[in-house]
Design a protein around this ligand. Structure first.
Ligand code: HEC
Length: 182
């Protein structure tokens, strides 16, 4: 099943068992996030970690095309996000950070900035808010992206384009931003 079709099936299922006014924006964002997070964790564990670290048959490399390597998990997520954006699926998502290696992943709105700061100051908590961009009011949810393995920390700290070199294991490195019109 296509990813967006799956997400909408999940949302429809949730909406069906919700109140008559439909699904709460928070629950909808949480449902979308659970799919993004599940894909990201599965790719990281069963593709990258297994083949690059355990079996050592192929590397994961930022320049995956030139070097015939696996895309990094963050790149994989961005490809999915770009595809969703092309399909005009009614929502969008991105992995952002105040200390982004790729400048495309820096916060752009005041609410993104505020939310990334919040998840950084309040480990384990999500951030939910609304913002008006152009003429449209959006619901925006931000979920922490944590350094769960030493590889996260070492790769970012050593990367030439990383504005930070002191990430530690267990620290929040950025956040997944999900946005849809109210
Ligand atoms: C081998 C190097 C490497 C590893 C390992 C790695 N990253 Fe990254 N990460 C990158 C690169 C390169 C980017 C920029 C990708 C892009 O969008 O082009 C990135 C992007 C990100 C971003 C978006 C902001 C930014 O810096 O551009 C976050 C957040 C992030 N990584 C967190 C993590 C976490 C958490 C882990 C561990 C689970 C991890 N990374 C593992 C190299 C790595």
């Amino acid at each position: 099943m296509r990813k967006s079709a799956f997400i909408f099936a999940a949302i429809a299922a949730l909406a069906g068992c919700g109140e008559k006014s439909g699904i709460e924006p928070e629950r909808m964002a949480d449902a979308i996030f659970s799919v993004i997070e599940a894909d990201r964790a599965s790719y990281t564990n069963f593709v990258v970690n297994r083949l690059a670290n355990e079996e050592q048959v192929i590397k994961a490399d930022e320049h995956w095309k030139d070097n015939k390597a696996l895309p990094l998990p963050a790149q994989m997520m961005r490809m999915g996000a770009e595809r969703v954006a092309e399909q005009e699926a009614g929502f969008n998502y991105a992995l952002l950070s105040q200390w982004a290696i790729n400048k495309q992943n820096k916060p752009r709105t005041d609410l993104e900035q505020q939310g990334l700061q919040f998840i950084n100051d309040n480990p384990g908590k999500n951030f939910y808010g609304t913002e008006t961009l152009g003429d449209t009011e959006y619901f925006t949810a931000i979920y922490p992206d944590v350094a769960v393995s030493p590889a996260c920390v070492s790769c970012h700290n050593e990367h030439v384009d990383s504005p930070r070199t002191d990430f530690e294991l267990g620290e929040t490195m950025g956040g997944v931003v999900i946005r849809f019109p109210m």
